[in-house]
Ligand binder design. Sequence first.
Ligand code: NAP
Ligand code: GDD
Length: 351
Amino acid sequence: MTKTALITGITGQDGAYLAKFLIDKKYEVFGTYRRLSTPNFWRLQYLDIFENVNLIPADLVDAGSMVEAVEISKPDEIYHLAAQSFVGASFEQPIGTGEVTGLGVTRILEAIRQLNPEIKFYQASTSELYGRGHSSSLTENSQFQPASPYSAAKLYGYWLTKLYRKGYNIFACNGILFNHESPLRGLEFVTRKISNAVAKISLGIEKELYLGNLEAKRDWGYAPEYVESMWLMLQQKEPDDYVIATNEAHSVKEFTEKAFDIVGLDWQEYVKVDKRFLRPLDVNFLQGDYSKAKKKLGWAPKTNFDELVKIMVKEDLNRWVRWQSGERFPWDAPNYPSEDKIISRYQRIDR
Ligand code: NAP
Ligand code: GDD
């Protein structure tokens, strides 16, 4: 029998890849999107699945719209991916981030509890929960020490998910996903900011790249592989929480160096540190131990760090070449302003 899934945040990186994955598995896919002044469906169009998804307007701050989304789609599974997901922005909008990224989880869990507690629920938890002060690979049992309004809101969502599992017997799972990237990544995240800038610099469209904390290390995986783990969690006999990662950490500096290497340029000639991109607090090390996911879900990463950097730089380069030759296709970069235009009051308090 055909299964039905509801994806909140289907317009985002993971939402688009997950929709494609589930369509390939013959699911009927519904997704929530926000009313914006300009349509934002480029990722679904890029993956050529726009015609195969059902879109429902909803906003996480509006509980009624989430109830409506569940009523309309009547899902077997809900993948809750929508969030204010940019850590940097959470320092500028801490209250909004709490509303959307934190309380939004409760709004959708309440809709499940009241309408149909049989619906299986995936919560997009994050390695940001671990926060600062770690120096070794992290497991499901490592200590959480959030270091941003974003991660504090996600910690609330994590606990609400566990609470609805235990208290109401809802099949609710936390996927504790470490950073995962792709050519569909938002342009403000550091990997895509770098791959896009490297492509532009190598074609002479841009001259410099301004970054913040180059020493931060992240466990970076490839997003299309990570969405499979979300589905696997909801196919198990019992609900549980899982770390999804590569078990390797690399610095922003390493990513930058490798990305410039791919186009034959020396990164040190183009990259400058700008304190506007330093956060009031930053997490300097995140690396995840995915042994439990490997053992119980049969999941393991396939794409390594070098391959990931190459995929991202090559795709952005290819897009700029096509664009410059007059081809037009759904894509975010041409409309993205230079970050010089963005004024924020970040202050470096601590690294
Ligand atoms: P993303 O590309 O930023 O997508 C976020 C999605 O949430 C977008 O569809 C966005 O809609 C939607 N959204 C934002 N505010 C909303 C609101 N008020 N109401 C309804 N929808 C709203 O994020 P992602 O990288 O795909 O990540 C997916 C989820 O996994 C997020 O919850 C993120 O925090 C979490 N996560 C991500 C990573 C990672 O490395 N990517 C790691 C761990 C956890 P618009 O398109 O309209 O903005
Ligand atoms: N964005 C950005 N821009 N980050 C920079 C820059 C810059 O110019 N320069 C250095 N960095 C550093 C950040 O300070 C951070 O330490 C690291 O690069 C990664 O930043 P992001 O790419 O913005 O990702 P993130 O790790 O903060 O958050 C992402 O991963 C989390 C999982 O750990 C997001 O996808 C979150 O939603 C997700 O939960």
